[in-house]
Design a binder for this molecule. Sequence first.
Ligand SMILES: NC(=O)c1ccc[n+]([C@@H]2O[C@H](COP(=O)([O-])OP(=O)(O)OC[C@H]3O[C@@H](n4cnc5c(N)ncnc54)[C@H](OP(=O)(O)O)[C@@H]3O)[C@@H](O)[C@H]2O)c1
Length: 304
Amino acid sequence: MPILQLMHVILGAGQIGPLVAEQLVARGKQVRIGRSTARKPGEVSLDVRDADAVARLADGAEVVYHCVNPLYTEWSELLVPIARGIVEGTKRAGARLVALDNLYMYGDTAHMNEDSPLTPRSKKGELRVRAAEVMLEAGAAVGRAADFFGPSPLAAIFGARFYERVLAGKRAEVFGDPDMPHSYSYTPDVAAGLVELGLNDVRGVWMLPVLPAEPTRQVIGRFARAMNRDIGVMSVPNWMLRAMGVFSPLIREVAEMTYQWRQPFVVDDSKFRARFGVAPTPWDDAIAASVAWGVRTYGQRLAA
Ligand SMILES: NC(=O)c1ccc[n+]([C@@H]2O[C@H](COP(=O)([O-])OP(=O)(O)OC[C@H]3O[C@@H](n4cnc5c(N)ncnc54)[C@H](OP(=O)(O)O)[C@@H]3O)[C@@H](O)[C@H]2O)c1
């Protein structure tokens, strides 16, 4: 096999793209990374809406991984054109496409698997249905993940704000009802799932490896034990988010999605486990690694 056929191209270098690259390199693959603004050696700047630019970057590649995400406030304008640019560029390069997706298209469905009906109840959920259609029609493998946690400042509930508040002795902020079961995805498991889809010639929708669902309050209890401190829980009411949303378009977009924490939100990854034999990292290990990173990052910042 020519060496170039081993090339894997990762689009997006946010929470997941670099982890996908790291895991592919560990498995002996060559990688190229494309993002809006290259920041490290080996990265390439491009706008993935430009199919020609995607095709040039993916020239000779076997698989392209779509881990791109526009700003929440720009989804209406960018989400579908991004999917189209990536699909078209990947096709021209003759590569397979593996795309990372979320669960907004399932609306009120409490227990989600690959066969769940598409019933979005938000503007962003409708956009995700359209973007996924573009990719699935082109034969992509689409991996769906729940809310992220891991060594990442951007994780919705367990990101920078969580560590800054908790390390300062404040309560953790959550949305909706903290006693509803909720699925969370550990970011290295999301990357591992995408790599599995890339290394196997599969198509269609796959629920990526996800931790067994637990109430968010219980997950915060896990963080508390790992950090050896009490962590109170405070649910930010939706009326407050909506009021803040008058001034902040970003918070307005967050408020649209908090229904996911007001009802059970449980993902079933059994199809993925059965096909690939890959299970998520155990809760204790995932929490320990996340906390080690969070305390190292935000503990130092507080001490400075
Ligand atoms: N956050 C969650 O909890 C969660 C849960 C499930 C699924 N997901 C999904 O996972 C996917 C990845 O999200 P993420 O949170 O990992 O993303 P992220 O951290 O916000 O990173 C987004 C990346 O996309 C790049 N990008 C944005 N627009 C681009 C464009 N037009 N051309 C080229 N690159 C562009 C950015 O480049 P620069 O860095 O150079 O600006 C950045 O590296 C999304 O589909 C998201 O909806 C997220």
